[in-house]
Design a protein around this ligand. Structure first.
Ligand code: MN
Length: 228
């Protein structure tokens, strides 16, 4: 039997320090995972559990690649996030076991059509159109945990046209990267190639065509993308 059309190539992400590429399987995302961001959204951090959602693997946009302003929004937002890159299958693992399943880390931007998300929240409906659209997941090269370790703290920041908009520390996460991997592994079979965007701190806001988004996490990398 033959395939009836040629499938698209598997989306990939560069790996720092070598010429190999990381093939992307799924993209998971965590919402409401920084204390200051939960407060910014008008919720009580003690009452909120991090929420999970997904983006398609082909939503990936490389570092320094332009991001097209998406259709059907007038409120296109940045969200700077630490990204976990899985290296081994994980099913029902504990937080203590998580690091043994993680390949590395990157800096990512969970781009969001905030107006569509707000409309779906009011209706209690899924967020898909606000989160899982084309070119909605920018990402730096992946840095192997064997090179940079497993980041537990460090400044996370994002600026637009040189003006700092988000400025926090990854230690302010409500669920740690290891706890996120453990929780997700109870819900899904995590596979090598799965990326996990771990949530954004306070300071979310809009960008328009022509804006330059620069962002970084100390000890990981710097992410630069222009909106066009
Ligand atoms: Mn996010």
């Amino acid at each position: 039997m033959a395939l009836v059309f040629t499938p698209k190539p598997t989306p990939t992400v560069e790996i720092a320090g070598c010429d190999d590429l990381y093939p992307v399987n799924r993209i998971y995302c965590v919402g409401m995972n920084y204390y200051d961001h939960v407060v910014e959204f008008g919720s009580d951090p003690e009452e909120v559990d991090p929420v999970f959602f997904m983006k398609p693997a082909d939503a990936i946009v490389a570092n320094h690649e332009d991001v097209p302003y998406p259709p059907k929004t007038n409120d296109f937002h940045y969200e700077i996030e630490l990204v976990i890159a899985m290296g081994k299958r994980a099913v029902n693992i504990t937080a203590e076991e998580a690091e043994g399943h993680i390949y590395g880390y990157a800096v990512g931007n969970d781009l969001t059509r905030r107006d569509l998300q707000a409309a779906m929240k009011v209706l209690g409906m899924p967020w898909d159109t606000s989160k899982g659209f084309d070119k909605s997941a920018t990402i730096t090269a992946i840095h192997k945990a064997s090179d940079i370790g497993h980041p537990k703290e460090g400044r996370i920041w994002l600026s637009v046209n040189g003006e700092v908009k988000q400025d926090s520390d990854i230690k302010m996460m409500i669920a740690s990267p290891n706890q996120i991997v453990a929780k997700l592994s109870e819900l899904y079979t995590l596979e090598p190639g799965d990326l996990i965007y771990t949530g954004t701190p306070a300071g979310i806001g809009p960008v328009v065509k022509g804006d330059l988004m620069e962002a970084g996490i100390d000890g990981v990398d710097t992410l630069v993308n222009k909106v066009v």
